[in-house]
Ligand binder design. Structure first.
Ligand code: ARG
Length: 587
């Protein structure tokens, strides 16, 4: 299979309507013909409604002119065109054009998806904090960021994944000091602490150190001195720091491996990486008059955003004690990504509470001349994960929910659901499928929820075999695969002369929309659109399969229907893949 350009029917129809518009009204050459899928026809255009006023005519009359022009010249994907309501154009696609399209798609390894002209996209995602457990908030950034990396990468962008680990800052003085004073503290990943509870030992260390820091002012003092030692590069302190980072990264890696995300160790470019370039960045902002002195500190006052008291919101560039923090690092980071990495588009996937922070960072970068009009910087914000009580998701004891525990739970539940079906599976198969279904369910629940809204974490619902879940989609995929295996998994010839059943038409047109939905995900950065699409596709398939015999149909109908089955299976599998979810062969 190769990549023959098979543009979507929608695009071809839109092109033909645009052409008709400029034939009838040359002054509208190049305007959008606003063609969409519709419940009332294969496609519908409301161009006449949009243009009538400027054309000084009634929408209905303009629509009539356009339909005449289209009906006189129709060929290819535009069949009968009728005016409906106040001036909509209802467009029917001839059966042969749909079959022709299906056979084109079958030969296209990219499923009709073209490339978008973007070069370099930096996606900042995951970014957990060293020496702490990853929590459900990090699940969202990891899963959403990874999906965007896959979609944008498939659409042709050169994606640079950046895992902005929280691996620097004052907390390390405290941790290192504590370890030196408590040589017996258990914090390494070993037989006792391993298994699924990996980072916990380190998290425990963090909590003990924090408690001592809060309770004992002298320890706090020694910890602060340790921060200075770390920042000035004291070898013993640095070695300890490296050890802690490596240990933490091991635990994060366990989670990444289990989630099956793209992040590699090379993608880890944590806060510490920017430490050497902070002074330069600050000097540049000061020289440009952007960072100014205020009460002993160095700050950037926003020209766009006001704080609660009506005073300008600000970024802390250098604290009064000379220290640099999160704001400074992000200023150096954006400068590096724009000037050194040469990014065309910057995405930051973090929770919506950081909206102000990024707004201020982008504003400063624009004022500094780093961020220019031809580059877009976007905060890809997401909502909070809520528990069943509608409050931020916590354990029964009120602690943060550890990701590994949550994944274990999901896999266990998925196993029960999968084992409950009549298919006979070996223990190895069952374990593997339960893992794929459970992990997929957690990822899908996150991705299918509207990104900016909060969403409720509900394990029961997410592993269900029915409804908009990944388990449902995985199952739909296995059903189609089983049909195809029974038919011998062969390439089929599509006969273009056969009349289409309504359910076949609906399925074929839904398959056509794959590239349209990916373009939407590209523009809106909302993975839930892809989820809804796959769910609709699986439902259209079910309707088709209930209405149309496949294996028992006579040729050439059988081959045409097998072609639709093949395309559906491939699209489901590919779409799930872009969500980072595996589509098993059996379930
Ligand atoms: N480590 C931060 C957190 O856990 C997220 C960092 C996001 N990226 C950035 N460039 N600020 O909230």
């Amino acid at each position: 299979m190769s990549h023959h350009e098979v543009p979507p029917l929608l695009d071809r129809v839109a092109g033909i309507v645009s052409e008709a518009i400029s034939r009838v009204r040359p002054e509208f050459f190049g305007t959008d013909s606003v063609v969409r899928r519709s419940e009332h026809a294969d496609f519908q255009s409301n161009a006449a409604l949009a243009l009538a006023k400027r054309a000084r005519t009634r929408p209905v009359d303009l629509a009539a002119e356009l339909s005449t022009a289209l009906n006189n010249a129709h060929d290819g994907p535009v069949g009968l065109v009728e005016v409906s309501g106040p001036g909509f154009l209802n467009i029917a696609v001839p059966d042969h054009a749909i079959w022709q399209h299906v056979s084109g798609r079958l030969a296209d390894s990219r499923l009709g998806v073209g490339l978008v002209g973007e070069r370099r996209v930096v996606i900042d995602y995951s970014a957990p904090n060293i020496a702490k457990d990853m929590h459900v908030g990090h699940l969202r950034t990891t899963v959403i960021g990874d999906c965007l990396a896959r979609v944008l990468g498939f659409l042709g962008a050169d994606v640079l994944r950046q895992n902005h680990l929280g691996d620097w800052g004052t907390q390390f003085g405290m941790l290192i000091q504590y370890l030196d004073e408590h040589p017996d503290a258990v914090w390494h990943h070993n037989e006792l602490t391993s298994g699924t509870s990996t980072v916990s030992a380190l998290d425990g260390l963090y909590k003990s150190a924090r408690a001592l820091f809060d309770a004992d002012p002298e320890f706090a003092e020694r910890s602060r001195a340790r921060v200075v030692a770390l920042q000035s590069g004291d070898p013993a302190t640095l070695a300890r720091w490296e050890e802690i980072v490596a240990e933490s990264e091991k635990a994060f890696r366990d989670i990444y491996d289990r989630l099956g995300v793209l992040l590699t160790p090379e993608d880890s470019v944590g806060e510490s990486f920017y430490n050497p370039i902070l002074p330069d960045t600050v000097a540049e902002l000061v020289a440009a008059g952007i960072a100014v002195e205020s009460q002993g500190a160095l700050v950037v006052f926003s020209q766009e955003v006001k704080g609660p008291e009506g005073t300008p919101a600000l970024l802390m560039v250098r604290k009064a004690d000379g220290g640099y923090g999160y704001d400074t690092t992000d200023l150096a980071t954006i400068r590096y990504r724009l000037k050194d990495l040469g990014a065309d588009r910057l995405l930051y996937v973090t929770d919506s509470r950081q909206a102000l922070h990024f707004r201020l960072i982008f504003e400063s970068a624009r004022r500094a001349g780093w961020l220019t009009d031809d580059v877009s910087a976007e905060h890809v914000a997401y909502g909070t994960v809520l528990g069943p009580d509608g409050r931020p998701f916590k354990t029964r004891a009120g602690g943060t929910v550890r990701l590994m525990d949550l994944l274990d739970d999901a896999v266990q539940r998925a196993r029960a659901v999968v084992a409950d079906r009549e298919t006979v599976l070996s223990e190895t198969e069952l374990a593997q499928i339960a893992e794929q279904a459970g992990i997929g369910a957690v990822k899908y629940a996150d991705l299918s929820a509207s990104r900016v809204k909060d969403y409720t974490f509900d394990l029961e619902r997410m592993v269900s075999l029915t409804g908009n879940t990944s388990v449902y989609l995985q199952y739909a995929h296995t059903r189609i695969r089983s049909i195809l295996r029974k038919a011998g998994d062969q390439t089929v010839e599509i006969d273009h002369t056969i009349p289409l059943e309504p359910a076949e038409r609906a399925l074929a047109l839904e398959l056509d929309a794959y590239s349209t939905v990916l373009a939407e995900v590209h523009d809106t950065l909302e993975p839930h659109r892809l989820c809804s699409y796959l769910y609709e596709l699986a439902r259209d398939f079910t309707t088709f399969y209930e209405a149309c015999h496949v294996l028992s149909a006579d040729e050439p109908v059988r081959s045409n229907r097998l072609g639709l089955c093949q395309l559906t299976a491939r699209t489901l599998r590919h779409g799930l893949g872009l969500l980072g979810i595996t589509a098993p062969e059996h379930m």
